[in-house]
Design a protein around this ligand. Structure first.
Ligand code: ADP
Length: 444
């Protein structure tokens, strides 16, 4: 497996390599272009000086023309009537140049050409009865030229190495936090302790975000595992209690001298406990169904569902002699699944009746600032402030002795909370002991 570091480094290496090679070629190319221009300029200025000199001086003086005119890096051959009267080149080079010039007899003005090891850039012209051959023997320059090329290439190689080392260090520094995260994750992977977190890194970049996200994820996993453990232990306890009661009643029935009335009473107790068991299992199934189904984009009519729920609980209200008041606006369409909305309202209404001995239950549903708000208020026993956040936990019941209602399994509000969270519906609880409670739902 190739590491990100080596992949980054290889791409960086090749990019730098290509840039440096191109830089070498371009600098040599531009240097050559400029050199050509400079040579032509040099030739032209020297030529003007020679022309002036030839027009104004005698043949004797012309023989020493190189004393008066700077011919550095240039060759000058002057003919008069086919005789060479001046050449600053060696005999051998003069021969070579002349051989070449014979071949290009008809050409005049500027020429750039190559003869064997001689590169010429020259001007061939006649001034009075003199024939002038002025040129630049590139060979003079070749030595310094190759030195310049060498400097360009060496400096580029040095830059290449410096950039490669700097790039490697930079990539190393950038990738290091990722390596550190991976190492820490490997340690966590082999550790059963879910409370462990990655070390925070204040780099203010994506690595810091990654560490924060991973820590948040670890926290969620820890909470989920805690919840599952808590739920499993609570569930087994809640299931065990009615089963133990049932077992006790069955043992009682088995006794020989049990009267018929006692038997009927015990069977009724068994029926009550098995109904409780059924209720718990039904609630478990509902909780897992909410998890599985998720949210579906559905529309529900809140006012319609409210009246349906009131109708279902009317008998219970009458039984407890409670006054029902309501203020429900029409056409309250909300984004909710009707089936789940029914469960939520039924649970809240049932609790309001269940935990109220005398007084009223008031239902209000209306649009407030473009949001639909439902309030279910009762004049019941109320909930102490310290318990208010706990009542939404699974199996949490404030105090069974407070109420004469023995039924109830402590899962109703957990289901309400779960469904509301799914549909982004906020639950607000206001409650005062012995004054009553108000559960408000704010639908999004
Ligand atoms: P239960 O099956 O016990 O009613 P819930 O989850 O519905 O379970 O409610 C949890 C606890 O919250 C109840 O046991 C009760 O103590 C308290 N509670 C819920 N609603 C009310 C209410 N309207 N008034 C007073 N206490 C309430």
């Amino acid at each position: 497996m190739k590491s990100i570091k080596s992949k980054l480094f290889i791409s960086y290496f090749f990019t730098i390599f290509i840039i440096i090679i191109s830089l070498c070629f371009f600098s040599i190319y531009f240097f050559n272009q400029n050199k050509q221009k400079d040579n032509n300029k040099l030739l032209s200025t020297t030529y003007i000086e020679i022309e002036k000199f030839l027009k104004n001086n005698s043949q004797n003086k012309i023989k020493n023309i190189d004393i008066h005119i700077d011919l550095q890096n240039q060759f000058l051959i002057i003919f008069q009537n086919k005789d060479i009267i001046f050449s600053n080149e060696t005999l051998h080079n003069t021969e070579k140049i002349l051989n070449f010039l014979r071949i290009n007899k008809n050409k005049e003005q500027h020429h750039n050409t190559h003869i064997k090891d001689l590169e010429l850039n020259y001007i061939k012209k006649s001034i009075n009865d003199y024939q002038v051959y002025l040129g630049i023997n590139e060979r003079y320059l070749n030595k310094s030229l190759s030195e310049i090329y060498l400097v360009i290439i060496i400096s580029n190689i040095v830059i290449f190495f410096i950039l490669t080392i700097l790039g490697y260090l930079l990539i190393n520094k950038t990738i290091n936090p990722l390596k550190q995260i991976l190492n820490e994750l490997k340690v966590l992977q082999n550790n059963d302790d879910l409370s462990k977190r990655l070390k925070e890194n204040k780099t203010n970049d994506e690595f810091e975000q990654l560490i924060n996200s991973l820590n948040k994820m670890l926290e969620n996993i820890e909470n989920s595992v805690k919840n599952i453990k808590q739920f499993t232990s609570d569930a087994s306890h809640e299931l065990k209690t009615p089963l133990t009661v049932i077992q006790g009643h069955i043992d009682l029935c088995k006794k020989e001298n049990v009267s018929k009335e006692e038997l009927v009473k015990t069977l009724n107790q068994i029926d009550l406990e098995q109904k409780k068991l059924q209720e718990i299992i039904k609630a478990f199934l509902l909780l897992s169904r909410i998890d599985k189904e998720g949210t579906k984009n559905k529309n529900a009519s809140l006012d319609k569902i409210l009246f349906e729920c009131i109708e279902v609980n009317l008998l219970y209200l009458e039984e407890k002699n409670l006054k029902l008041e309501f203020d429900i606006q029409e056409d309250l369409e909300i984004n909710f699944d009707e089936k789940y909305l029914q469960i939520v309202i039924n649970n809240l209404l049932l609790n309001a009746i269940k935990y109220t001995k005398k007084g009223f239950v008031f239902i209000e549903a209306k649009r407030v600032n473009k949001k639909v708000v439902l309030k279910i208020q009762d004049s019941g026993i109320g909930i102490e402030e310290k318990n208010q956040s706990k009542i939404f936990e699974r199996f949490y019941r404030v105090d069974k002795a407070r109420t004469d209602m023995k039924d109830g399994i402590g899962l109703g509000l957990a289901i309400v909370k779960k469904i509301c969270d799914r549909y982004n519906c906020k639950i607000v609880l206001e409650s005062k002991v012995q004054k009553g409670s108000t559960f408000s739902l704010i639908f999004s």
